[in-house]
Design a protein. Sequence first.
Length: 180
Amino acid sequence: MFQIDIVEECKANNRRAQLKLYKQYCDGMFYVAMRFLKNADDAEDVIQESFIKAFQKIEQFKGDVTFGAWLKRIVINKSIDFLKAKKQKLVELNEGYIHVAEDEDWSIEENISLDEVRQAIESLPEKYKYVVMMFLMEGFDHSEISQVLNISESACRTRLLRGKGFLKELLKDRRYVSGS
């Protein structure tokens, strides 16, 4: 059965199709939530809420992106909402007046592992951490990140640039980044 057929059956409230989509995406979405929440119980709660919302709003899924990409956005939004509810608020800065030059130099030494990069990202200040995570790890663009975090694209670019700078310094301090 093709994915679009399963989604259409879900739109018709077919419980088997919903279970099939759930089983197909549950593990992957759990890891997305864990990158934000760092707690398995919280991630499971967010995944459950995300799937409930996805099935409630499945009529809004138009197929212009994959179902997985659509669901991932819901999971990330729910994860951030969860963090906000726990008083770990994202600080919105008025950085719109700053023009940021794009810098695509993300070079690091070849011997650094993905886990080491993740650990460094985790130690970033929160306002930069989420932008860097969504850009580097989730593949979101500035427009998508600004919508999810409810910030301007200019603020998104600024936070990414500053977050990248912090990240490079953290990795350089750990002797992972090539000297530039």
